[in-house]
Ligand binder design. Sequence first.
Ligand code: IMP
Length: 336
Amino acid sequence: MGAVIIVDALWGDSGKGKVCAYLAVRDDVPLAVRAGVGTNAGASVTLEDGTLVKARQLPTGWINPRTKVAVGSGVLVDPEVFAAEVAEFDLAERALVDSRCALITPEHIAAERRDAHLAATVGSTCTGNGAARADFILRRAQQAREHPALAAYLTDVARQVNTVAREEVVLVEGSQGTLLSLAFSDEYPYTTSDNCTAAAAMDDVGLNWRLVQDVVMVVKALPTRVGEGPLPYELCEREVLRRGIAEYGVVTGRPRRKAGQLDWDLLEYATMLNGPTQIALTFCDHVDPAMRGARHRDAITPAVRALIDQVERVTGAPVVLLDTGPRLGDLIDLAA
Ligand code: IMP
């Protein structure tokens, strides 16, 4: 029992949503809570029947029909996105939102789109998150409790998280990635509008640190970055296409810039900030295509084995999950 925090080590888009969905089913969790910034994040997971699910507001833990899904009070809520996901995934009976969440309005989105600094220089998703957070800090934002469309879902998520975590496992799904953190990135202004570490995720949902059971740090085997800012070992577009490993953003559809290998110093720094107890190593099939869709540990190739060993040396934590393809079942659970 306790809370399992899922955070991304680098620049996001590493498959946190898939990890959250898998753990919700494997551990039959009663509650999954979204931490992180807000609707700028896009989690996607392909179900076993091939259906592609994309979510920006609610945690993907809803894949388990028993799991309630909630949004912590530190996360920005766009009522339209919330309502659309509740309808699309049929979550009216089990979606919750903290009554204190600050709201993103159409004006916030329009303001970000007009802002050349955000749109062009920073490469923001222009989903209104930074503008809404600014209003929250200036104490002039609307909160979830004021919006009629959210009335049926309101609760005190902090109380629920801490109560449930005393008896059972609660998943806390972070968003973005550690190196996009507002106050920990060396690359400001190429950051998002809040911190994205494990400690930030705890704070976003009001989790008492004594109830943390594990921090699962998701490490993308070949890191990607969308928007501006440095990306060590960046591959040229032609090479990305040649290898057949092109990716596109869930929220914006923009091509993701892709690196040819991990930067070990940056991974060490992310480890220092997050204190992971477990690692999920994702997109292993992009390192070695022979791993694509592998579901058994016997299929681990020498190249991926060497990568696992190095990731474990740098992070000091065991690699417990290997992601090998887009489908929910395309993974190897080394803890099972
Ligand atoms: P914003 O948070 O939408 O203002 O975007 C600021 C920076 O963070 C831009 O470089 C975005 O591409 C990046 N960013 C925001 N959300 C995500 C995400 O979910 N995945 C990856 N990058 C993101």
